[in-house]
Every structure is written in structure tokens, then in C-alpha cells.
Design a protein around this ligand. Structure first.
Ligand code: UN1
Length: 499
């Protein structure tokens, strides 16, 4: 079994602790992919000292040249797409079609970042005074600490690191401990594409040690974290005390609303993909289905039939629709919510258990589950489960559906199925989320648009698209006075006074 390494100080090296953890295939626990470093504070310290040198080189590299490196990254990822998808499925379970999509999201992010190297716009604006120019432009910040989750092992690190690098920063990257292999391959690709080695540092390990050490290091001024709202609060407290720039992407309890006039076939396809794609382990997953009374029974009947026919299995096998959960903890959390749902009086229509059969005993499988008769306010309806569990709520009107959508502490994505263009546009205004889909499920954000949520899903920043470049760069303003005399702003030059 191979021992993998950290990438620190421009070299692949063993952790200072000499300790390792096993990375196992969630579809088959006996398949161990390798041992990965359980790093400690000393490794993070070495990474920071090296990243400081990397930053000095990289911040002076012209942005279009930084973009060229990222373009080559996109080219290499394109060439290696199938191979990366296979190793990603092996370490985290989702089917190959989905892991290929995950790599594609990274490729799209690379090419977008490459082109941004020739923009990174600032503004040139008129000065109040004669013979004086005023302009704003963007500067790199320093070292960015990148702490990422397991569910999009390639896409999410690229959303964070490619804009950070394009802006001229160095990165210290800690991938989730469930997906260290994909993180390792991403760093290999950055190096192969020509990134100066000390600009990227890879430190494997667990959140409580390596993650915490990165977040609290005084020489890392920027932190980007995707994970649970609970961990995000701890990260936020530390960053707040230390005056760090922080981007948080956290939980969701996303609803799909299907009104009586909807195209039901379309909505059925949508909810199956939204709720059970990635085994429900997306922060954008459809975890609530809000059905209007007129179509409620018919839609639910058809949905249960379709869910029962989903093929559960190893994501690397042809024909698998739904893979395993990522690990035993994730499965036990889902099981706790099955108990909670039943004790709250919701109606378990299908699933709710580990699938019977030998082939399933090897992995962390759980049947796609639907609860009906869920009432607004139940824990099942309010709390993020991060698994294949869909809670169905019945409503009388669009207004009631909108209110239920909004009455949770999260606000990532929402979805509305209707043929009524007026209600669709009203939903875009009224639904309290960072993203609303009309006639499409709650998942599937595109790489070139801002991604993120309101309320306790985020802290006001967005990933992706044009906005993320503002997060990873500092605005600076320059004034150039070529009048040859002292001009005092707000004093000499009273606006509107002619010469
Ligand atoms: C996540 O769930 O953490 O919009 C990210 C989507 C994907 C990204 C999901 N493009 O579903």
C-alpha cells in the first residue's frame, strides 16, 4: 500500500509527526487506496515559511502569465479527466458520470481563471481636480488557507485556489481527509503546469489539527472554508478575532416547490437528480420537496416508484445511479435522522435502512429515503442531513410554499416548477436564497456565475464567476497629481467654481 506525502517547501515530504491515516473506498472498506499524512503544527509552520517565499515570486509575475499556468492546468485536467474521475470515485463513492462532471467543473474554472488574467479590472475615474488622475487596481494579499470538503474533491478546491492563484497569492491547501488522493493529483497538475513550487503547499490531515492550525496562523491572512455551519462558526470566531479575510460556504436545506400547473415529468426527473445525486451529499441537494395539494398524491406515488428503481451500488460499476455515503459517520448521522423523522410522526414511504445483500455490506450504503407528511418546523424539515433523505411537505398555495422555503436558517438554493411566468419571477424576488432555479432542480450551479447563499449558509461572499476575484485581491487606489502645485482635496478645488 503506497504512502503519500505532503508537498511543503517545494518537495514531496513525509509529515513531521511520522503518522498516517488510511484512505478507504466507501463502496468497499477492504480496498485501501493508500496511507496519507496525519500532519501537525510543525508541517503547517514549514508550509507558511515556504509560501512566503513563493508569494514574493508569484506576486511579481504578470497576471496574464499567471493565467497561462492555469490554462495549462485546464489542458492537463482535460487530458487526465477519466483517470481522475476513476480515482475520485474510488475514494469518495459518487458515480463516474458525476466525478467526470466534478473534474469538468475544475477545467471550466481553470479556463475562466486563465482569461481573467487579462482582465482583473480596476477603475479609472475622473479626479475632482485638474491635472490629476485617480484609479483603482487590484493587488494580491498573501497566503491563502484553503480548507475543503469531500463532496466535490476537485471542483471546490479549484473554485478557491485558481482565483487565489490568478490574483497572485500563494496557497496552503488542506483537502478533506476523505479525499486526499484527488487533492494530491490537483497539486501534481499545478506543478506540471509550471506553477513555481513554493506557491502551493499541500498539508494533509484532519480539521481539528491541520485545519485549525491553518485558520489560526497569524501569517495566513485569507481563509476560505467549505463545510458545516457548526465548524464554520468556529472558523469565523478565530478569523474575526485575528482580523482575517474569510469566505464561508456552509449548510443548506434546499427546497424544490412543485405547483399544480407544473410539468410533472420534468419535475420528477428534477427531484430524483436533486435529492439523490451525489447520494444527497451536496450543500445544494434538494432535501425538501414542497408539493401543492392538487398534484401531491399523484406526484408522490410516481416519485416513490421511480426512487425504488434507482440502482444503488459501486460508483465505478456501469449502471449505478446512487453510490455509498462517504463514511460510517455520515451513515450513522443519516440513521439518526430516520429515527428523528419517525419519532416526529413523519411517514416513511421508502428507504430508511441499509440495503440488504452481501455486496452492500462492504460499503457505507443507505437506501434513498422519502418521508411524507412532514410539517414545517419539524427537525426533519429544518436541519441539514447531508444524505439521501427527502422530506415532503404539502401546501395549499405558492405563498405558503414560499414562506416554508424561507423559514429555515439556511439560504443556499431553491427551485420552483411552474408554467406561470409571473409566479416564476415573483419567486426570484421572494425566495430567500443565493440561487433560485426555475424548472430545474436545486443543484447544478455553473462555474462562471457567483455561487453562495444567504443567512447561515454563508458570510456574504461568493465563489465562482467574477465576484470571487474581489475576495482574493485587495483594492488599492492610486492618485497621480501632475499639476506641479499642491492641490488640496476638498479645500482648494470647490467643485463647480470656474477658473
Ligand atoms: C456543493 O454542494 O458543495 O451546484 C457544491 C452544484 C455543484 C456544486 C455543489 N455545481 O450542485
Amino acid at each position: 500500500m503506497p504512502d503519500f506525502k505532503n508537498f511543503i517547501g517545494g518537495k514531496w515530504i513525509a509529515p513531521s509527526t511520522r503518522e498516517y491515516f488510511d484512505n478507504v473506498n466507501p463502496a468497499d472498506k477492504s480496498d485501501v487506496i493508500g496511507r496519507f499524512p496525519l500532519s501537525g503544527d510543525d508541517d503547517v509552520e514549514d508550509a507558511v515559511q515556504s509560501a512566503k517565499c513563493g508569494f514574493e515570486v508569484w506576486r511579481k509575475t504578470p497576471a496574464p502569465a499567471r493565467g497561462d499556468v492555469l490554462r495549462r492546468v485546464g489542458d492537463i485536467m482535460t487530458r487526465r479527466k477519466d483517470e481522475i474521475a476513476d480515482l475520485m470515485t474510488r475514494e469518495m463513492g459518487k458515480p463516474l458520470t458525476e466525478t467526470r462532471g466534478d473534474v469538468q467543473e475544475g477545467i471550466d474554472t481553470a479556463y475562466y481563471a486563465a482569461s481573467e488574467g487579462r482582465r482583473l479590472f480596476g477603475h479609472t475615474v475622473p479626479s475632482e481636480m485638474r491635472n490629476k488622475w485617480a484609479m483603482s487596481y487590484r493587488r494580491p494579499i498573501g497566503i491563502c488557507g484553503i480548507v475543503t470538503p469531500f463532496n466535490f474533491p476537485m471542483a471546490i478546491p479549484t473554485w478557491k485556489m485558481f482565483p487565489a492563484l490568478l490574483c497572485g497569492n500563494a496557497c496552503i491547501f488542506k483537502p478533506a481527509e476523505d479525499v486526499p488522493h484527488t487533492g494530491t493529483v490537483l497539486v501534481e497538475i499545478l506543478l506540471e503546469a509550471g506553477l513555481p513550487p513554493e506557491v502551493i503547499q499541500l498539508v494533509h490531515g484532519v480539521g481539528e489539527t491541520v485545519g485549525a492550525s491553518i485558520v489560526s496562523h497569524p501569517e495566513i491572512p485569507v481563509i476560505s472554508f467549505t463545510g458545516s455551519t457548526e465548524t464554520g462558526r468556529i472558523v469565523g470566531e478565530t478569523c474575526g478575532r485575528m482580523h482575517k479575510r474569510l469566505s464561508l460556504e456552509m449548510g443548506g436545506k434546499n427546497a424544490m416547490i412543485v405547483l399544480d400547473d407544473a410539468n410533472l415529468e420534468l419535475a420528477l426527473d428534477g427531484v430524483l437528480w436533486g435529492a439523490f445525486g451525489t447520494t444527497g451529499q451536496r450543500c445544494t441537494a434538494t432535501s425538501r420537496l414542497i408539493l401543492q395539494r392538487g398534484i401531491h398524491d399523484r406526484f408522490l406515488g410516481q416519485l416513490v416508484d421511480r426512487v425504488r428503481s434507482l440502482k444503488l451500488g459501486d460508483g465505478r460499476k456501469k449502471g449505478t445511479d446512487v453510490g455509498p455515503l462517504v463514511n460510517e459517520n455520515a451513515r450513522e448521522k443519516v440513521e439518526r435522522y430516520i429515527d428523528i423523522g419517525q419519532s416526529e410522526g413523519a411517514d416513511l414511504l421508502c428507504g430508511g435502512r441499509r440495503p440488504p445483500g452481501k455486496e452492500y455490506d462492504k460499503g457505507f450504503f443507505f437506501e434513498p429515503t422519502i418521508f411524507a407528511r412532514v410539517e414545517a418546523g419539524m427537525r426533519l424539515e429544518q436541519e441539514e442531513i447531508f444524505g439521501p433523505v427527502l422530506s415532503v411537505v404539502r401546501v395549499d398555495s405558492a405563498d405558503e410554499a414560499f414562506a416554508i422555503n424561507n423559514d429555515v436558517r439556511y439560504g443556499l438554493s431553491s427551485s420552483l416548477y411552474t408554467q406561470d411566468v409571473g409566479i416564476a419571477f415573483r419567486a426570484l424576488n421572494e425566495l430567500d436564497n443565493g440561487i433560485t432555479y426555475v424548472n430545474a432542480p436545486t443543484i447544478g450551479a455553473e462555474a462562471h456565475l457567483p455561487f453562495g447563499g444567504v443567512k447561515q449558509t454563508g458570510n456574504g461572499h461568493r465563489e465562482g464567476g467574477w465576484e470571487v476575484y474581489e475576495f482574493y485581491s485587495e483594492t488599492k487606489v492610486g492618485y497621480v497629481d501632475f499639476s506641479g502645485s499642491l492641490q488640496r482635496a476638498q479645500i482648494d478645488n470647490y467643485l463647480g467654481t470656474p477658473d
